[in-house]
Design a protein around this ligand. Structure first.
Ligand code: NAD
Length: 283
């Protein structure tokens, strides 16, 4: 029998935003919270602190990720919310000179792409599989929130691979939101925070960002909960009338902004980009 509590999976739940969202769900009550994280110490402690279940998982390992999703689904016979959030920052200076002469230099470190993009795709894929099997009993929101970044909107040359990963994560959320909602009623949205002082960077690096613009982590939690609950308001307080599907919400300081994709250059491009649809292509 399906659990009477709603069931969540939070990747990167051992620290930062994942931790804060998990703590909020646990505090709300009525939720089973599952933390997936590479960091067993942080994840284990976090789980103990608010009665969650910890799964030591490297999100880049698809089979292990799949087993974690399966175990959660088998235990509760439902899955309601997935926060695809685990991520890492830039892993080196892309522009550094290599003294390898005629020999090609070692490959750049593209781990941010693997974790922030490929694993987000895999997490969304598994989420789709289990969310769509969840009984539509009105209890669950059947929702995915993807953590992109303000680096998904604006160029960020100092963290060029990280920035590319967040452009991809943002585009990914926008791409899948329509079809997943149409086919299975699953709502996909993304958050795009500015700087949030988490363990993503060292204290030394955080000192290089303007302090006055840090996003309080509670603000991130507020936006994630708004997306999970499915209704919300613009930064100016006006009601946002559309259902919260396919939204990419930028967060800076204590404000948030619903951001749309760039406009088509002309009607021809609008026609090109809207054909063929998913059902035409994959019928
Ligand atoms: P954080 O470092 O505090 O938390 C990230 C968590 O992800 C950590 O617990 C870490 O162990 C886990 N993780 C990393 N690689 C993993 C892997 N391969 N498998 C499983 N778990 C893994 O940082 P955070 O700021 O809370 O980051 C959460 C997300 O927010 C990331 O996607 C990050 O890119 C994004 N983000 C952060 C900021 C910011 O300013 N902090 C801004 C925009 C977006």
């Amino acid at each position: 029998m399906a659990s009477q509590k709603k069931v969540s999976i939070i990747t990167g739940g051992g620290s930062g935003m994942g931790y804060a969202v998990a703590a909020e769900l646990a505090q709300r009550g009525g939720w089973v919270v599952n933390l997936l994280d590479l960091n067993a110490e942080a994840g284990g402690e976090a789980a103990k602190r608010f009665g969650a279940t910890f799964h030591k998982i490297d999100v880049t390992d698809y089979p292990s990720l799949g087993v974690a999703f399966k175990n959660v689904y088998k235990a509760h016979k439902r899955l309601d919310f997935v926060f695809a959030n685990a991520g890492i920052a830039e892993r080196g200076d892309f522009y550094a000179t290599n003294n390898t002469g005629e020999e090609p230099p070692p490959a750049p470190n593209t781990l941010p792409i693997e974790i922030n993009v490929t694993s987000v795709i895999n997490t969304s894929y598994l989420a789709q599989h289990y969310l769509r099997q969840t009984p539509d009993d009105g209890l669950g929101p059947r929702s995915i929130v993807i953590t992109a970044s303000c680096g998904g909107f604006y160029s960020c040359p100092a963290a060029c691979i990280y920035g590319a990963s967040k452009f991809a994560a943002l585009g990914w959320a926008r791409n899948i939101a329509g079809p997943m909602y149409k086919r299975d009623g699953i709502r996909v949205n993304a958050i795009c925070p500015g700087t949030v002082r988490t363990n993503l960077l060292s204290d030394d690096l955080w000192e290089k960002f303007p302090k006055e613009y840090f996003v309080p982590i509670e603000k991130v939690v507020e936006v994630v909960m708004m997306l999970l609950d499915g209704d919300g308001k613009q930064a100016d307080g006006a009601d946002f009338q559309k259902a919260l599907v396919g939204q990419t919400v930028e967060i800076l300081g204590t404000s948030h902004y619903f951001r749309t994709q760039v406009e088509y250059c002309d009607e021809a491009m609008a026609a090109v980009m809207s054909a063929p649809g998913v059902d035409d292509l994959w019928a």
